[in-house]
Ligand binder design. Structure first.
Ligand code: PBG
Length: 329
């Protein structure tokens, strides 16, 4: 029961900032943020991504400096994405499962040189395939079961390199169970799985595909035969319950802001830590509006990331992680 106006005046609890702090229902701290980092195999220290101003592709060496800085801001975990040169891309994802590949080397080097940093790696093949899709193409289709076999190999090499958690972002069926089994069979029982259970076929990934160089490979085709249809929510809950049964430790919803109903639905109905990925297109929209003076950048990224937490997210992957951590400090 709530009191009625004028006995109740809701503005009393908003009267000044200390009262607003006392009644605040959501708090954001730098420990809630995961920093996505793009790594390339070249020697150039850092190359800016044109559709993501202020976001760079780093050489492994330059990444170490960047990550020490990121850590000094209170950010505890990162997610690594590779930029693979065209000549290494193929249909069978061979480079993606090669021990000693770019991500493997990056994980091993970062683990060696930086203490106490959480390393998550995406499992997917779009940075490695000649067609830019997330798996092996057979007769024009992304073959589920052949791709899952490759994902197992990829999980294994990244675990071997020292990844703390692997995050399958491919949307193949049955991959979580297959990955759990191969990790367990090879004594990587403590390597966790964060499953992108609700990953939608979204236009908001555009700048990311620029960043990892898969945009021209994929051309005009889309990923709607494996990523989710954004008209659906029940399907997301089925994906989540399957992934929980198959052994996921956490769930990711992606993109973020347009999908907060899904985040709320998952966190209300399932007891599993749920992360939100504020994706590249969300970042670039704020950035572009800010550059034109149409929106105040720091307020916009703070409000949009906080909204993810309010919807129930345990943590947020965001390209604004550094700026946000600075703001929170
Ligand atoms: C690969 C992957 C994508 C993103 C993260 N992992 C792109 C895609 O599925 O096409 C997008 C992240 C972003 O836009 O920031 N499976």
């Amino acid at each position: 029961m709530f009191g009625k106006y004028p006995l109740s005046r809701l503005r009393r609890n908003r009267k000044n900032s200390w009262i607003r702090d006392i009644v605040a229902e959501t708090n954001l701290s730098s420990g809630d943020l995961i920093y996505p980092i793009f790594i390339h195999g070249g020697t150039e220290e850092k190359i800016e991504i044109s559709s993501m101003p202020g976001v760079f592709r780093f050489s492994i060496k330059a990444a170490l400096e960047e990550l020490k800085h990121v850590q000094s801001l209170g950010i505890r975990a990162i997610n690594i994405f590779p930029v693979i040169s065209q000549e290494l891309k193929s249909n069978d994802c061979a480079e993606g499962v090669r021990e000693g590949n770019l991500v493997y080397t990056a994980i091993a080097t970062i683990k060696d040189k930086i203490n106490d940093i959480g390393i998550i790696t995406d499992l997917a093949f779009d940075p490695y395939t000649s067609h830019g899709h997330d798996g092996i193409m057979i007769n024009g289709k992304i073959d589920n079961d052949e791709t899952v076999k490759q994902l197992q190999k990829q999980a294994l090499i990244f675990a071997k390199a020292g990844a703390d958690m692997v995050a399958p972002s491919d949307m193949m069926d049955g991959r979580v169970k297959a990955i759990r089994e191969i990790l367990d069979a090879n004594n990587y029982k403590d390597v966790g799985i964060i499953s992108y259970s609700a990953k939608y076929a979204s236009c908001f990934y555009g700048p990311f595909r620029d960043a990892v160089g898969s945009k021209t490979n994929i051309g005009n085709s889309d990923k709607s035969t494996y990523q989710m249809d954004f008209r659906n929510s029940n399907e997301a809950y089925r994906e989540v319950s399957q992934d929980i049964e198959e052994g996921s430790d956490m769930i990711i919803v992606k993109p973020g802001l347009p999908y907060l109903d899904i985040v709320k639905g998952i966190t209300t109905n399932f007891n599993i830590p749920t992360l939100v990925y504020q994706v590249s297109g969300e970042f670039s929209m704020i950035k572009a509006a800010a550059q034109r003076g149409w929106i105040q950048e720091d307020k916009a990224f703070y409000e949009s990331v906080l909204a993810c937490k309010r919807a129930g997210a345990s943590a947020i992957l965001t390209y604004y992680a550094k700026e946000l951590a600075e703001l929170l400090n």
